[in-house]
Design a protein around this ligand. Structure first.
Ligand code: ZN
Ligand code: ZN
Length: 109
C-alpha cells in the first residue's frame, strides 16, 4: 500500500488543536488530534488495520501500542506492520509528528 496522504487542519474554533486525517483505501476517514504544547498523542486504529498516532513521541507510542497488541496476539491476522514516521506542520507553524503503521495484510472494511 502507498504512503498515506494526510490532511492537516484545525477544527473550527480550536486554533490550538490540529486534526490529522486521511482518506483510507477501505473507505473510512480516520482522524487523530493533538493539542498544542501537550505531552500527549492520540490515535485512531482503522477497521482495516492501518493505525496513525499524532503528537508527542508519536513514533514511540505507536511502537509500544503495536508491541502490546502483538504480545496479546491481537494482530496475528494482519501478519505484522510496517511503520513510518513523518512530520506535518500544524496550523500554528510548528512541526507535529505523525507516525503510522500499515499492516502487511489488510483487514476487510
Ligand atoms: Zn482503513
Ligand atoms: Zn474501514
Amino acid at each position: 500500500m502507498a504512503d498515506l496522504q494526510f490532511v492537516v487542519r484545525s477544527p473550527a474554533n480550536q486554533p490550538d488543536v490540529v486534526e490529522v486525517r486521511y482518506d483510507c483505501a477501505c473507505g473510512c476517514k480516520p482522524r487523530a488530534r493533538y493539542r498544542r504544547g501537550a505531552q500527549e498523542a492520540s490515535y485512531e486504529h482503522c477497521c482495516c488495520g492501518n493505525v496513525h498516532f499524532v503528537g508527542a513521541q508519536a513514533a514511540q507510542r505507536l511502537e509500544a501500542y503495536l508491541a502490546e497488541r502483538r504480545a496479546k496476539g491481537e494482530d496475528a491476522d494482519v501478519d505484522g506492520y510496517t511503520t513510518h514516521s513523518s512530520q506535518v506542520t500544524a496550523p500554528w507553524g510548528e512541526p507535529v509528528t505523525v507516525a503510522y503503521g500499515v499492516p502487511h495484510t489488510l483487514r476487510k472494511h
